[in-house]
Design a protein around this ligand. Structure first.
Ligand code: ADP
Ligand code: MG
Length: 254
């Protein structure tokens, strides 16, 4: 299980002032749940994710992954950002194998694992291609395969589909859910797109700004697998409106 306990994060500003990025945030994620975080820009979404990733240290409180306090980055936490952090000089397969190679996994096993995940994200035809020959959406699929390949307990995704066009984005959402439904894993997925937040998640965390905090948590009681039909259902619309109004009202008071 993954928990965030009373996390406060204060950034020092020039002239001795301080900026409270997170006031007092607590959150518990169940194993294998898909949680999305949505909220206005600057409400501390990335700060929260970076604390779980071990890239930022909380000013107060702590994050726990598998019962261990987070003190830095670790292989049990896969992180995917908006910009494609692939190694440009390595093929798709070598990119996906990278974390396994670091861990000393034998070559044949490494390759089998990489090929499994490459196939799962539908890129088997591109296993030997270099990243520069792929579209943005395909690069993010490689990043997802690479994150899964090292068998992390949690995937931390910070607006991973923010840089692709609307149709590709929808396809990536479906692809990610297909991968997740096979392989599971706890996912914390940040987005500022309310439709994306509802489509993917079983719970949507709505954050508010100044100070960054959790305003509301909305349970998404739509069954998986989610399809285009889910997106067109009255229940989806109702949930989307509910999340949207929570985000909208937060922004108007800020
Ligand atoms: P979000 O991802 O929700 O847009 P962030 O977590 O990136 O928000 O940032 C929250 C707030 O903290 C923003 O107002 C941002 O300017 C501020 N912030 C983030 N990192 C730093 C930093 N290193 N120093 C000062 N302020 C920061
Ligand atoms: Mg951010």
């Amino acid at each position: 299980m993954i928990t965030v306990e009373n996390v406060r994060k204060v950034f020092p500003l020039p002239k001795g002032e301080e900026f409270v990025a997170l006031g007092d945030v607590s959150l518990a994620l169940q194993d294998n749940e898909f949680v999305t975080v949505v909220g206005p820009s600057g409400c501390g979404k990335s700060t929260l994710l970076n604390i779980l990733a071990g890239l930022e240290t909380p000013t107060r409180g702590r994050a726990l992954v598998d019962g261990e306090p987070v003190t830095g980055p670790g292989p049990e936490r896969g992180v995917i950002f908006q910009q494609y952090a692939l190694f440009p000089w390595l093929t798709v397969r070598k990119n996906v194998e990278f974390g396994l190679r670091n861990r000393g996994v034998p070559r044949a096993e490494r390759r089998a694992t990489a090929d499994h995940f490459i196939e799962l994200v539908g890129l088997e035809r591109f296993a030997d291609a270099l990243p520069k020959t792929l579209s943005g959406g395909m690069k993010q699929r490689v990043a997802i395969a690479r994150a899964y390949a090292v068998n992390p307990s949690i995937l931390l995704m910070d607006e991973p589909f923010g840089a692709v066009d609307a149709l590709t984005r929808v396809r990536l959402q479906e692809q990610l859910l297909a991968t997740w439904s096979q392989e599971r894993r706890t996912v914390l997925f940040i987005t500022h797109d309310v439709d994306e937040a509802v489509f993917l998640a079983n719970r949507v965390v709505v954050m508010a700004a100044r100070p960054g905090r959790i305003a509301e948590i909305v349970d998404v009681d739509l069954p998986y697998p989610r399809t285009e039909e889910s997106r067109l259902s009255p229940r989806f619309t109702a949930l989307r409106n509910r999340v949207w109004s929570a985000v909208y009202h937060q922004e108007s008071v800020a």
